[in-house]
Design a protein around this ligand. Structure first.
Ligand code: TEU
Ligand code: CA
Length: 562
C-alpha cells in the first residue's frame, strides 16, 4: 500500500476539445468564450483539472495539433486575454488548467520551419529532420500516421523532411539543443502565465534513432507504420529529465504532467512515471484502445472483452509498486466509449455508460473524462464517406479508393473507429443545434441530442451525469480509490468484470455485469455487511447480506467494507 503522496492521485481530469465544446460567437466552431460560459458544468461535475486541447494559432490541418505559434491563441478560439480569464475562472472554482504541449512537430507554417526550409544553410535548417533521397525516392519506408510516406520532398532545397503525421506537421529535431531550449523557454512562459501543467502530445516519439533505418517490411504495403520502433527512443528518459530540470525545478506549485505515449510498454511506463526519476507524473498508454484493431486501426475487429479486461488489469498490477496510471476510455482520437466498450442501444445505453464509468473510476490511477462522456455521448451515425472531416479519415478514404478496396467494408470500419465520432458537438440541450452554437456547427450534431443532452441529465437522479458526479465525489472522499491495492477477480469471464481494492483497514469491491443477460456471482461470506457506495441501478440494497449477488444487465456496483 502506498501513501497518497501527490494531490493528483485523488484528482479527476476533464478533457476539453475546444472546437467541439461550445461556440460563443456563432461561427459554428467552439471557442474559449464557450468554455467560459460552461465553467459551472465542470464545477457541478466536480472535476479537479481541465486539459485543454490546442488553442494556439494554427492552419488547422489537424485541428490545432499543427501549431504555427506556441505563445498565442488562434483568433478562431479567441484571445490570450480570454485564456487568462479561463485560468482565473478555473482557479477561482478550485480547478487547474493543463495545456496541450505539442512539440514532436510544428506546423509547416511555423516561422521556425519557414526559416529551415528557406535554404540548406539556414541556421534553423537543423531544427527539423532533413535527409537525402534514397535511390531517387523517400529516405526510408516509414509511413505517416495519416497515410502515405512519412517523408515529404521539399523541391526548393532538394531534400526530404520527416513528418510522422500530416505533411503539414514536420517533426522537430530534438537532437538539436537549441530546439530543446526553445521549447523549455516556451513552457516556462506558460507556467509564468499561470497554467498548472501539460499534457504532452506523442512525447515518447521525441528521440529518434539517427540512422532512420527501415521498419520491418509488411507484405503488400509500400509504407509501413513504424511507431513501434520509433516509440521510447534512445534519449527519451534523458530528454524528459532535462525538461523537468529546465522547466519545473525550483518552482513551488505542484504541477501535473501527463505524457501521451503510443506503443509504450509497462516496463517503460514504470520508468517514465517513477517519482524518483523526475520524468512525468503519469502516461497515457494505448494497449486497451488497440485491442479491437487488426493490422492497423482501420481494420476493426470488434471487441474482445476478456482481452480488454486483462490488459487493463495487467497495467494495474505492473504499476502497483512504482509509477502511476492514467485511466481513460476515450478522448478526441477515439470513438465514443459507450459505443465501443458499452452497449449504445437506447435500452442499455445509460446503464452501460454508468457501468463503464464505475469500472474505470474504481481502478488505481487518475481518471480522465472526455467531454460528453459524462453524458454518455454515442458515436455518430455516419452514412457516407464525405461526412468525415478528420485528416486521418479523409486520407484513409483516398487510399481506399486508390487501392480499389471494398468501400462498404471500409465505411463500416470507419464508422466504428473514426476520430470524428468523438468530435461532434457537445450536446447541451434538445434544441436544433444542441445548444452548441447559434450558427451551423462545423461537424453535425448527433441526431440523438433530442433525448441525450446535459439539460436532461444534470440534477436528474439516475442519469449518467449524476453517476459520474458521484464517482468523482467518491474518489475525493475515500482514500482507498487512490491508494488501495488492486486485485482482479474472475479474469476469464467475458461479461463479469470484478476487482477488489484493499488497504490495511478497508476493502472495496467493484463489480459489473458487462452484458444484457442477468448474472449471479458467488462472493463467499467475506463481504457480508459491506455497504453500497454506488450502484447503476435503482433499488439496489444498501448492504451485502449473502454471499451471492444477482446483477441485472449492465448492473455495476461499488461496495466498501470497513
Ligand atoms: O495523437 C497521437 C496518436 O498516436 C494517435 O492517437 C493518432 O493521432 C491517431 O489517432 C491514430 O489513429 C496525438 C493527438 O492526440 C492527435 O489528435 C494528433 O493528431 C496527433 O498526436 C498529432 O499531433
Ligand atoms: Ca466560435
Amino acid at each position: 500500500m502506498n501513501a497518497i503522496d501527490a494531490w493528483w492521485k485523488q484528482a479527476v481530469v476533464y478533457q476539453i476539445y475546444p472546437r467541439s465544446f461550445a461556440d460563443a460567437n456563432g461561427d459554428g466552431i467552439g471557442d474559449l468564450g464557450g468554455i467560459l460560459e460552461h465553467l459551472d458544468h465542470l464545477q457541478t461535475l466536480g472535476v479537479d483539472v481541465v486539459w485543454l486541447s490546442p488553442i494556439y494559432p494554427s492552419p488547422q490541418a489537424d485541428n490545432g495539433y499543427d501549431i504555427s505559434d506556441y505563445q498565442d491563441v488562434d483568433p478562431l478560439f479567441g484571445t490570450l486575454e480570454q485564456l487568462d480569464r479561463l485560468i482565473t475562472g478555473l482557479h477561482e472554482r478550485g480547478m487547474t488548467l493543463l495545456m496541450d504541449l505539442v512539440v514532436n512537430h510544428t506546423s509547416d507554417e511555423h516561422p521556425w520551419f519557414a526559416a529551415a526550409r528557406s535554404s540548406r544553410d539556414d541556421p534553423k535548417r537543423d531544427w527539423y529532420l532533413w535527409r537525402d533521397a534514397r535511390d531517387g525516392a523517400e529516405p526510408n519506408n516509414w509511413g505517416s500516421f495519416f497515410s502515405g510516406s512519412a517523408w515529404e520532398l521539399d523541391a526548393r532545397t532538394g531534400q526530404y523532411y520527416l513528418h510522422l503525421f500530416d505533411r503539414k506537421q514536420p517533426d522537430l529535431n530534438w537532437e538539436n539543443r537549441q530546439v530543446r531550449e526553445a521549447v523549455y523557454a516556451m513552457m516556462r512562459w506558460w507556467l509564468d502565465r499561470g497554467v498548472d501543467g501539460f499534457r504532452m502530445d506523442v512525447i515518447n516519439f521525441l528521440s529518434k534513432e539517427q540512422d532512420f533505418a527501415d521498419a520491418p517490411p509488411v507484405a503488400g504495403e509500400r509504407y509501413v507504420n513504424a511507431f513501434a520502433m520509433i516509440a521510447d527512443g534512445p534519449r527519451m528518459h534523458e530528454f524528459l529529465q532535462e525538461m523537468t530540470r529546465e522547466v519545473f525545478q525550483g518552482r513551488d506549485e505542484q504541477y501535473l504532467t501527463v505524457g501521451e505515449m503510443p506503443g509504450v510498454t509497462t516496463q517503460e511506463a514504470v520508468l517514465y512515471t517513477d517519482p524518483a526519476r523526475h520524468e512525468v507524473d503519469m502516461v497515457f498508454q494505448f494497449e486497451h484502445v488497440s485491442i479491437d484493431h487488426g493490422a492497423n486501426k482501420w481494420d476493426y475487429l470488434g471487441l474482445d472483452r476478456v482481452a480488454l479486461k486483462q490488459s487493463l488489469h495487467r497495467w494495474q498490477v505492473a504499476l502497483a509498486e512504482r509509477g502511476w496510471n492514467s485511466l481513460y476510455w476515450d478522448n478526441h482520437d477515439q470513438p465514443r466509449a459507450v459505443s465501443r466498450f458499452g452497449d449504445d442501444d437506447p435500452a442499455y445505453w445509460a446503464a452501460s455508460a454508468k457501468a463503464l464509468g464505475t469500472i474505470l473510476h474504481g481502478m488505481r490511477g487518475t481518471p480522465y473524462v472526455y467531454q460528453g462522456e459524462e453524458l454518455g455521448m454515442r458515436n455518430f451515425p455516419f452514412a457516407s464517406p464525405d461526412q468525415f472531416r478528420d485528416v486521418e479519415a479523409v486520407n484513409h478514404w483516398k487510399d481506399v479508393l486508390a487501392q480499389g478496396r471494398d468501400q462498404g467494408a471500409a465505411l463500416r470500419d470507419m464508422r466504428a473507429v473514426a476520430r470524428d465520432n468523438a468530435r461532434t458537438p457537445v450536446q447541451w440541450d434538445a434544441t436544433a443545434t444542441a445548444g452548441f452554437t447559434t450558427g451551423t456547427p462545423w461537424l453535425p450534431v448527433n441526431p440523438d441530442h433530442t433525448w441525450l443532452n446535459a439539460a436532461a441529465q444534470v440534477g436528474q437522479d439516475g442519469s449518467v451525469f449524476e453517476h459520474y458526479r458521484a464517482l468523482i465525489r467518491l474518489r475525493h472522499e475515500h482514500a482507498i480509490f487512490a491508494d488501495g491495492d488492486f486485485a482482479g477477480v474472475l479474469e476469464n469471464d467475458p461479461e463479469l468484470w470484478a476487482f477488489t481494492r484493499s488497504t490495511d483497514t478497508q476493502r472495496m469491491l467493484v463489480v459489473a455485469n458487462c452484458g444484457r443477460t442477468p448474472r449471479e456471482i458467488e462472493l463467499g461470506d467475506g463481504w457480508t455487511g459491506a455497504r453500497l457506495l454506488l450502484g447503476t441501478h435503482e433499488g439496489t440494497a444498501d448492504e451485502l447480506r449473502e454471499g451471492r449477488l444477482g446483477l441485472a444487465a449492465w448492473d455495476a456496483r461499488i461496495y466498501l467494507l470497513g
